[in-house]
Design a protein around this ligand. Structure first.
Ligand code: MOS
Length: 728
């Protein structure tokens, strides 16, 4: 079996040698280069744009503005973002795209862009504070306003309680590969190479926008340098690249600069969360209240469901959650790694820690006291849940028993030392997906699905699943993806790809194997002739009789006797009634140890451990990397990341990786480890995998914040935990 093994990623060599082609690297014939110009006001209108000087600059082919851009349909499908694509002169935020320059070289386009002058009208001060919001949006989306019993009355009556506010600043994803789109028209056929998490979503949006049949648009994304949600939906530059290519009648490449990664490709919204928890003297929760306020754009409705996990993580007879969004002069936020769960677990798991101190109960004991044996919201059983095992193994490996109950009780020299923990949780999502498979005359196998490998290891795990299902040798099995002309796959978001596409790949592999078995048993020339199909097994590119392995023949030998020596199959796989019968989630326990300089307030992470129960881990090597990557991002959220706005003009002041802090190697301890429970889940999907792209970040920031409190006795509820919040 290949599934589960820690095989090295199949695209690793291509990536490190540079042969992996990213969307900005397709050197199409007659390629031209587009550069996006963005607004310098947070609101008002563009009264006029002077493009004369730019048009006269060498090599310039077009300057698109709201005045001359082709009119297109700006229709938005559910989950997609509203896009500023030069259809009107409204300015909704600072750095909104307002023009595009196209030239015959990138340098000429960049130079010409500096010559374009915009005049603005009716611009006022930026509305950046929640108090200045133009509107408060209360979403009707199910689950965002949950209620169980009378939580406020139960809270008021309970003997032990905590009630605090937690804030998280705006955070921008910043994948290593900035967004880029290369678009080419051939008549009314549009081909787009795009840095996207989902080729069919981009295909659909482009088809709608330019009023084309879906099949006229082909979207290709073979390699992606990270997405984390920012590449989950198409953005303005994707449409603008296709629009520009149509105008200049040549292929256009539009690659965002690093600073533009803060302009128009989404972010995690600034959030304020009130979490109020009440318990009886034994620590049994009596009430949970989780109120979320976040920023959103003037022109779009993205809302992060940060109180979602609060409805299902612990038992509590009463509960109330709410979400509201404040319309400000900001770009539209979007999904960012565990959107909802990462911010929500910071607040909830900090509050649980505070409640543990109030009760004088160990933080793990408090969580076990309120352990949910079934889904508290629906009463459904879990498809599988290993959270208890995660706490136990994590506590043992981390040495939790040595932790003094009192804060500020461990010191080495000038360092205050603390240990903290938190629960991790993320839903096990799944969508419909399809795959096709072909066996060639030599017995090699090609399986395809229009999925995207955003760096998580999809190429590798689907090859493992395909080889096991067909019974072909791993080396002679290829999995290909990243093209909208392949069978439909959901976008790589919501940790769905392993479960969704994995199920389709397994299904199609089994169909292909069964077709081959049928050929063999029906063929008088086969040593397997006349055998029962059910008695035949496939492995290493050979069919044989179970318990009698010498009786059999290779795939190639079977196909050689056919008039057409290839075999193909297709399969669709979709979630079914199990979705309503079981609650499906991954869980985990996060542990952190910090050393805080008693004078300077600097926090050094000294150890991190995550233990997860996430179904079948399909590849031990890429799986571990995903868990660790999530945990590192949790450290980033806890200690480093913050997008800073200038409240006067709405401008982001640190739109660069010099001033937008992310952890470097020196910030992450060598002692960071991810472990998992071998969890068998027969209900969740065909491959038993729950998807692990996001759970690693959940709970991680809270574990660190809780460790900082344990070290210092200071509770920081306002991320990031920077030194000035710990001194004085
Ligand atoms: Mo993710 S935030 O579902 O790419």
């Amino acid at each position: 079996m290949n599934v589960g093994k820690g095989l090295t990623r199949v695209d690793g060599r291509a990536k490190v040698t540079g042969s992996a082609k990213y969307s900005a690297e397709y050197a199409l014939p007659r390629l031209t280069y587009a550069v996006m110009i963005t607004s310098t006001r947070p609101n008002g209108t563009v009264a006029a744009i002077d493009k004369k000087a730019a048009m006269a600059a060498p090599g310039v082919l077009a300057v698109l503005t709201h005045e001359n851009a082709p009119r297109v349909k700006n229709k938005v499908s559910p989950g997609d973002r509203v896009l500023p694509i030069l259809q009107d002169n409204l300015v909704r935020y600072d750095r909104q795209p307002i023009a595009v320059v196209v030239a015959d070289s990138f340098e000429r386009a960049t130079y010409a862009a500096t010559l374009v002058r915009a005049k603005y009208a009716s611009a006022g001060p930026a509305r950046l504070r929640f108090a200045d919001a133009s509107e408060t949006v209360t979403p009707a989306r199910p689950g965002l306003q949950a209620k169980r019993g009378d939580a406020d009355a139960a809270f008021a009556a309970a003997p032990v309680k905590v009630d605090n506010r937690y804030t998280i600043p705006t955070e921008h994803h910043n994948p290593m590969e900035p967004h880029a789109t290369t678009a080419a028209w051939d008549g009314d056929m549009l081909t787009v190479y795009d840095a996207t998490q989902g080729v069919s979503r981009v295909q659909g949006r482009l088809a709608t926008t330019f009023d084309l049949p879906t099949q006229n648009v082909r979207v290709i994304a073979k390699y992606i340098g990270g997405g984390f949600g920012s590449k989950g939906t198409p953005w303005a530059h994707v449409i603008l690249a296709a629009m520009a290519a149509k105008v200049v009648q040549r292929p256009v490449k539009l690659a965002l600069t690093r600073p533009q990664m803060w302009s128009s490709v989404g972010y995690r919204p600034r959030l304020e969360q009130r979490v109020a928890l009440a318990a009886d003297a034994s620590g049994a929760l009596q009430a949970q209240i989780h109120e979320v306020t976040m920023q959103t754009a003037q022109f779009d409705d993205f809302i992060e469901g940060s109180a979602g996990q609060t409805t299902m993580l612990y038992t509590s007879p009463t509960l109330r959650t709410s979400h509201v969004a404040k319309r400000l002069d900001v770009a539209t936020p979007t999904f960012m790694r565990a959107p909802g769960e990462s911010s929500g677990t910071f607040a909830l798991e900090s509050a649980m820690d505070e409640l543990a101190y109030a009760l004088r109960i160990d933080p793990i004991a408090l969580r076990l006291r309120n352990y949910a044996e079934t889904d508290p919201e629906t009463g459904n059983p879990w498809s599988s849940k290993s959270l208890r095992e995660c706490y136990t193994l994590g506590a043992e490996k981390f040495g939790w028993a040595d932790r003094p109950a009192q804060p500020r009780a461990m010191r080495k020299g000038n360092d205050l030392i603390g240990m903290g923990m938190a629960t991790a949780v993320y839903p096990a999502n799944r969508s419909a997906a399809s795959a096709s498979a072909t066996m060639h005359a030599d017995g090699s196998v090609l399986v395809q699905s229009g999925a995207v490998d955003i760096g998580t290891g999809s190429y590798t795990i689907f090859r493992q699943i395909a080889a096991d299902a067909v019974g072909s040798a791993y080396e002679r099995t290829v999995f290909d993806l990243g093209d909208s002309s392949m069978p439909h796959s959901p976008g790589s978001g919501g940790s769905t790809t392993a479960a969704s596409v994995g199920s389709a790949v397994k299904a199609v592999g089994l169909v292909l194997r069964d077709e081959l078995i049928a050929l063999a048993v029906a063929d008088a020339a086969s040593p397997l002739h006349g055998r029962a199909s059910s008695a035949i097994e496939a492995a290493d590119g050979r069919l044989f009789v179970r318990d009698q392995a010498t009786v059999g023949e290779t795939f190639a030998a079977i196909l050689a006797r056919q008039s057409v020596p290839t075999l193909s199959a297709a399969a669709d796989s979709a979630p079914g009634p199990e979705q309503k019968q079981y609650a499906m989630y991954s869980f985990g326990a996060q542990f952190a140890e910090v050393r805080v300089d008693a004078d300077l307030g600097t926090v050094r992470l000294s150890r991190m451990l995550g233990v997860f129960g996430a179904g079948k881990i399909l590849n031990a090597k890429t799986g571990r990397s995903q868990f660790l990557g999530g945990m590192v991002w949790g450290a980033s959220m806890a200690l480093h990341e913050a997008t800073r706005y200038d409240e006067r003009n709405g401008r982001i002041m640190n739109a660069n990786l010099g001033e937008y802090l992310v952890p470097v190697n020196a910030d992450i301890p060598a002692a960071i480890e991810a472990l998992w429970i071998d969890e068998i889940d027969p209900h969740v999907n065909l491959v038993g995998a729950k998807g692990i792209g996001e759970i690693g970040i959940t709970g991680a920031a809270a574990a660190i914040a809780n460790a900082v409190f344990h070290a210092t006795g200071k509770r920081v509820r306002d991320l990031p935990i920077s030194p000035e919040k710990l001194i004085g």
